[in-house]
Ligand binder design. Structure first.
Ligand code: PEP
Length: 248
């Protein structure tokens, strides 16, 4: 089970350091059997890395460029993230697909570059409300998985995050059955793409308005292997309550 926090574009120095310290203390407070990851904005990565010291929480970034270095003003390469101590990078988040017109093919290039740099990837997929209402959820998510993952992707390197776009930051969620249906379909597509064994091992997180009150139900579904948490990851008490309620 993985509990991952996506802080998005939030937090100045003191907020980020305090949040990381609080989470470190709370995670250490009891024996836990889950993997924890926090993904602060680029500006906080170094400071948060220091604040997490001594704990078992992995550091992740929220995006990277597909190139190792070069003339890409304002971008950050996967090698730079690795150098800062990141183990993970979130790629293909719907906010990047929407705000920066990132296609699945481009996400796939980033995934490959991140793996080459020694990072693990959290690859996001998910349908818009319009696509859901048109009955296209499974088609859209299946295509995103096929196109965003490189051939031969391994469960040790890739985590999928299913995040319905309409559930992000809205307080709305699909029903548990709807979540399970998409996760099972994603695993089926993965089995065809990377083989049954790797597909069975690959973690598929649910993301979209996860909070302490719905964590137990969402995270106990058979094909749900954890959560990617946005808003609720900005409060240590909520982030930890989600983990606690999920049995972590
Ligand atoms: C996210 O954007 O990754 C996310 C899951 O956000 P929230 O939990 O705020 O819906």
């Amino acid at each position: 089970m993985m509990i991952a926090g996506n802080w998005k574009m939030n937090g100045l120095t003191a907020d980020g350091v305090n949040l990381a310290k609080e989470i470190t203390v709370a995670v250490k407070a009891k024996k836990r059997n889950c993997e924890f990851v926090v993904c602060p904005p680029f500006t906080l990565l170094s400071l948060v890395k220091k604040a997490l010291r001594g704990g078992k929480i992995a550091l992740g970034a929220q995006d990277c460029h597909a190139a190792e270095k070069g003339a890409h003003t304002g971008d950050i390469s996967p090698v730079m993230l690795k150098d800062l101590g990141c183990s993970y990078v979130i790629l293909g988040h719907s906010e990047r697909r929407a705000d920066h017109h990132e296609t699945s093919a481009y996400v796939c290039q980033k995934v490959l570059a991140a793996h080459q740099a020694g990072l693990k990837t959290i690859v996001c997929i998910g349908e818009t409300l319009e696509q859901r209402e048109a009955g296209k959820t499974i088609d859209v998510c299946s295509r995103q998985v096929k196109e965003s993952l490189p051939d031969g992707a391994k469960a040790a390197d890739v985590v999928i995050a299913y995040e319905p776009v309409w559930a992000i930051g809205t307080g709305k969620t699909p029903t548990p059955q709807e979540v399970e249906d998409v996760h099972a379909a994603v695993r089926h597509v993965l089995a065809k793409k990377i083989g049954k064994v790797e597909a069975g091992k690959m973690r598929i997180l649910y993301g979209g308005s996860v909070k302490p009150s719905n964590a137990a139900e969402m995270l106990s579904l058979p094909d749900v292997d954890g959560a990617l948490i946005g808003g609720a990851s900005l409060k240590s008490a909520d982030f930890i309550a989600i983990a606690d309620n999920a049995g972590c």
